[in-house]
Ligand binder design. Structure first.
Ligand code: KG4
Ligand code: ZN
Length: 328
């Protein structure tokens, strides 16, 4: 089966082709327009998708060396995400699907992130625990089987990616904050400043990052000037405070569910320090990370999941619409 996946939930215009479980092409265009504003401007993002979608999809088809007529279905992100940007992708997918006379399958973006791990490791077996860490979500899931998922815990306030983005803004590092903080922290001392680690009480599987962000703000305000050397240590310490909590909560979730395998998903999964800390802590467990290019938003995860949904006949008619608050 050959599926075209389209992703426009936020500021990446992306599409990919999945053929019999393998990604044969993937194009991601990150909208740079938002960096000037320090965050995603929803209206601008929708307009950019409108401009970029046709080109991105055309390139994806070209790179896959297939004809449009060989597509069996189109899958598209239904939510969660920004209403306007989701609608842009859905309208495009429906138009193309109608024209080609093939099904259009709505896909949950979060489920897509989780399943991006099967692209990295096709031998991945159920059940497993997933730490889903993106710009909008920080959740721990027990993934028993395809479409059988239990939420073990999530953040009470900011998501981990949001903590990176807001921290970067406080430090004047630009957007997106995660890669900027990771880069700026290189060579810094992660134990220099004692930032808080929240909700570490016994058995707690929830997260909270808003206190950490406030604590960074107060710390930076207390300095007379922010020198580069100091900045290295601040970013390294701030990043470590986020990572310590993520690692500890995942460790607990694995113990609680008595699972041997865990996967990481979402944009924050591309953080190399997080990957290193997880590998060093979860000794004896099998840990799967998505490929770096498939951690942040991409069309590959949407096309991969689209194929699974098509195979299981789990798709609706063209009457579906965007669901900005779609839950898993
Ligand atoms: O999954 P994603 O692309 O979009 C959402 O679904 O939200 O995740 C984006 C988030 C942003 O908050 C970004 O700062 C963060 O992932 N991120 C990172 C890194 N790369 C992206 N956070 C930490 N370290 C990184 N290297
Ligand atoms: Zn995402």
């Amino acid at each position: 089966m050959t599926i075209l996946g389209i992703e426009t939930s936020c500021d990446e215009t992306a599409s990919a082709i999945c053929k019999d479980g393998k990604i044969i092409s993937s194009v991601i265009s990150q909208q740079i327009i938002h960096s000037t504003y320090g965050g995603v401007v929803p209206e601008l993002a929708s307009r950019e998708h409108e401009i970029l979608l046709n080109r991105v999809v055309y390139k994806t088809i070209e790179e896959a060396k297939i004809e449009l007529s060989s597509l069996d279905a189109i899958s598209v992100t239904q939510g969660p995400g920004l209403n306007g940007t989701l609608l842009t992708g859905i309208s495009f997918a429906k138009g193309l699907g109608l024209g080609l006379g093939i099904p259009v399958i709505p896909v949950n973006h979060l489920e897509g992130h989780i399943f991006s791990n099967f692209i990295a490791d096709p031998s991945l077996k159920f059940p497993f625990v997933c730490l889903l860490v993106s710009g909008g979500h920080t959740q721990l899931w027990f993934i028993e089987h395809f479409e059988n998922y239990t939420l073990l815990g999530e953040t009470r306030d900011d998501a981990a990616g949001e903590a990176f983005d807001k921290g970067a803004r406080i430090l004047g590092l630009g957007y997106p904050g995660g890669p900027a903080i990771e880069k700026a922290s290189s060579g810094g001392d992660p134990s220099k400043i004692k930032f808080p680690r929240s909700l570490l009480g016994k058995n707690n599987l929830e997260f909270s990052f808003s206190g950490l962000k406030t604590s960074l703000l107060y710390y930076v305000d207390s300095l007379t000037e922010l020198q580069n050397e100091t900045k290295k240590d601040i970013t390294a310490s701030y990043q470590q405070a986020i990572i310590d909590v993520l690692v500890e909560k995942l460790r607990r979730a694995i113990n609680y569910t008595k699972t041997e395998t865990c996967v990481i998903a979402g944009g924050v999964a591309s953080n190399r320090v997080l990957r290193k800390c997880l590998t060093e802590t979860l000794i004896g467990k099998s840990i799967v990370f998505p490929e770096l290019k498939f951690c942040t938003d991409n069309g590959a995860m949407i096309s991969y999941l689209g194929e699974l949904k098509l195979k299981s006949n789990k798709y609706s008619s063209l009457s579906f619409s965007a669901k900005p608050n779609l839950k898993l």
